[in-house]
Ligand binder design. Structure first.
Ligand SMILES: NC(=O)c1ccc[n+]([C@@H]2O[C@H](COP(=O)([O-])OP(=O)(O)OC[C@H]3O[C@@H](n4cnc5c(N)ncnc54)[C@H](O)[C@@H]3O)[C@@H](O)[C@H]2O)c1
Ligand SMILES: [Zn+2]
Length: 376
């Protein structure tokens, strides 16, 4: 069976193939050889992922001189220092322009190896092989790569489309449940911002719990459809001027929470809380249908995600409000929110900016009431 017969890329408005298929890990080498043929393949792999899945990938790569560079797990590895070490290792090994990078890991390795590929010899191809649910549904289209610097996360980077993206849902079997939830938050977000039927199917799949066989069976299609939603939004607005703002739903408040807690809360947890609170803002503004935030809260709780701000972590409503203004996506000092009208329908706002300004007192009131909400 040839690679072309064995794997079928999704039909997406992106200029590179995206494969979501159980067992696709063994096809990575053939897909790379087909779409980014190179003299040398460099696998930049999360060390934990390499231990579980490295052999399957490496065995499928053609040629004898594949180089494997392992990166310890963790956000701290998205650094200038690690970028320098990886590029120096490739230079020392004599990798030329005819090199293809294969990024094997979660969003950390995807961003880091993507940035290595974007900058190595002014740019070599990268094949993205995301191995977390978050990286599959959120990081695999859009072409964003980055490292973190002392001034903030993702502040140095480049747009560098992959030559191909290969997702094997079976790799998620080794992913710990808390990491899985990070992806679920973004999948639920995709339902809210674009597709009510997708929301319903996701919530239904979550009904039996993430350990349930029904969930595992539903997952490949839910991943593919989530990628399609993001690809559709990104394709219509590649440089983030308008529609792409809707991908920020839940994230204005999420980023403020993360900043206030010094990134001591998982991104997915912060996004889940942010979606519920921003939906409440939408209701308070008369933009969202009544009851929308309760529906979103029910969905995030089904996924095992929190719906209210954590109590006893020292969060204060006024400090959170101030932190929303520090968001790098805030323009000219005003904070804009991408707000839903209903599940699957976002508010276009004026001038098609897909965001609206919200009076401070409304944000403060929603934050305060969440901080004093009963825990469940
Ligand atoms: N480029 C983009 O568009 C984009 C979008 C969203 C997020 N991101 C970035 O993604 C990063 C977060 O990514 P993440 O949540 O995937 O985290 P991650 O890459 O840190 O992975 C989470 C943990 O899971 C482990 N792991 C990964 N895959 C595994 C598997 N299959 N089995 C067992 N363990 C596995 C890793 O070793 C790590 O410890 C952030 O740096 C964020 O900025 C980028
Ligand atoms: Zn996010």
């Amino acid at each position: 069976v040839s690679a072309e017969q064995a794997v079928t890329p999704l039909s997406l408005p992106v200029p590179y193939p995206v494969v979501v298929q159980r067992g696709a890990l063994a096809e990575v080498g053939r897909i790379a050889a087909a779409h980014a043929p190179a003299h040398r393949y460099v696998v930049i792999a999360d060390a934990t992922v390499a231990a579980h899945h490295g052999r399957t990938v490496i065995a499928g790569i053609p040629g004898e001189n594949t180089m494997v560079l392992k990166v310890p797990p963790g956000e701290q590895e998205k650094s200038r220092e690690r970028w320098a070490q990886l590029t120096d290792a490739m230079l020392t090994a004599g990798c030329g322009r005819d090199t293809t990078v294969i990024a094997l890991g979660g969003g950390v390795v995807g961003d880091l190896a993507g940035f290595v590929a974007a900058t190595y010899m002014r740019g070599v191809p990268v094949v993205q092989v995301p191995t977390t649910l978050l990286a599959m549904v959120d990081a695999s289209v859009g072409g964003k790569t980055a490292i973190d610097v002392p001034a903030g996360k993702n502040l140095v980077g480049a747009f560098h489309d992959p030559a191909a993206v290969v997702m094997d849902p079976d790799v998620l079997a080794t992913l710990p449940a808390p990491a899985l939830r990070g992806g679920l938050a973004e999948m639920l977000k995709h339902g809210v911002i674009a597709d009510a039927a997708y929301w319903d199917r996701t919530v239904q799949a979550l009904g039996g719990g993430i350990g349930d066989a029904g969930f595992t069976d539903a997952l490949p299609r839910l991943i593919a459809d989530s990628v399609a939603i993001k690809a559709r939004v990104v394709a219509q607005d590649a440089r983030e001027a308008g529609l792409r703002q809707v991908l920020n739903f839940g994230h204005t408040i999420a980023h403020a929470i993360e900043r206030e807690l010094d990134y001591g809360l998982a991104h997915g947890d912060a996004v889940a809380i942010g979606m519920v609170l921003e939906a409440r803002i939408g209701e308070a503004m008369g933009i969202a249908v009544a009851g929308l935030s309760d529906r979103i809260a029910d969905g995030v709780r089904l996924a095992g995600l929190p719906a209210e701000l954590p109590a006893n972590r020292g969060l204060a409503a006024d400090a959170l409000l101030t932190a929303t203004a520090g968001d790098k996506k805030a323009r000219a000092g005003t904070v804009r929110y991408s707000l839903p009208r209903d599940i699957g329908v976002m508010e276009p706002g004026q001038d098609d900016r897909w965001s609206v300004t919200v009076p401070d007192h409304i944000v403060l009131q929603i934050l305060s009431s969440s901080l004093s909400a009963p825990r469940n």
